[in-house]
Design a protein. Structure first.
Length: 254
């Protein structure tokens, strides 16, 4: 069963702390290798760079990308190449995705989300299915993203969900927050909603871990105004005059 926790507006270090704790638990409960999948994008890599410094038995951790651009590993657009550069020097086993690979059960499935609601490379136009018979798919997003105009290889929704833990990290932008909030409220076809059918939250149909990360955006007036008013956390004025959230009241509990 997937454990439940909701973390609101956590920073890079706090997320790395949580990941370290989960990986420690998985390593301690097993004598063999544990497998995790991780996302690409601008939000996860700073977290990975923090995480890799932690005192873990990296030789027992196999890391897979949740998706990748179909390019060589030495290409700047390769998720696998970036993941290998971060973790392989510490002894982790880095495994690229291949179309016919045997996809394991994950100790952790770490997901991000694009502004259009896509997770991994499951873009809205690719018609991702929660009961997809394939675990890995090669596909072409339409239209191709301007910043990464490449064919993709990706884990499918059933493959991503076959995990003891699920972690979402969201970049903190207003646009992503609006897409994410709307996906929770409506039965749309965004890939993130397919994941949302399984993960559960006290206020919304979520199970898993939702994390909003952006140290510059976090706790600014733009961040505060972007939160839907009906779930907007309260604020108090600290002695030095800086507005802060009331975490004990605002953080939804599982």
């Amino acid at each position: 069963m997937i454990s439940v926790k909701f973390i609101e507006n956590a920073g890079t270090t706090a997320i790395a702390d949580w990941l370290e704790e989960q990986l420690c638990q998985s390593l301690n409960s097993s004598t063999g290798m544990i497998k995790i999948n991780v996302p690409g994008g601008s939000t996860p890599f700073p977290i990975m760079e923090d995480l890799v410094s932690r005192d873990l038995d990296w030789t027992r951790i196999a890391i897979f990308p949740g998706d990748d651009r179909i390019v060589s590993e030495n290409h700047k657009a390769s998720n696998t190449g970036k993941i290998r550069a971060i973790f392989e020097p510490r002894g982790a086993v880095i495994t690229p995705l291949t179309p016919d690979m045997v996809v394991p059960e994950w100790a952790l499935s770490w997901l991000g989300m694009g502004a259009d609601g896509h997770i991994a490379s499951l873009f809205p136009n690719t018609n991702p299915e929660i009961d997809d018979r394939k675990k890995v798919r090669c596909l072409t997003p339409e239209p191709l993203p301007e910043n990464a105009p490449f064919d993709r290889i990706t884990l499918t929704i059933p493959a991503l969900l076959n995990s003891s833990q699920i972690l979402f990290t969201l970049g903190g932008s207003t646009e992503k927050l609006e897409v994410f909030s709307e996906a929770l409220k409506t039965k749309n076809k965004l890939p993130v909603f397919c994941i949302g059918d399984v993960v559960r939250h006290r206020l919304y149909p979520f199970r898993g871990v939702i994390v909003d990360v952006d140290p510059e955006f976090d706790n600014t007036e733009e961040w505060y105004a972007a939160i839907p008013e009906d779930i907007r956390p309260e604020r108090v004025i600290a002695q030095h005059g800086t507005p802060k959230r009331v975490d004990a009241d605002a953080m939804p509990q599982s």
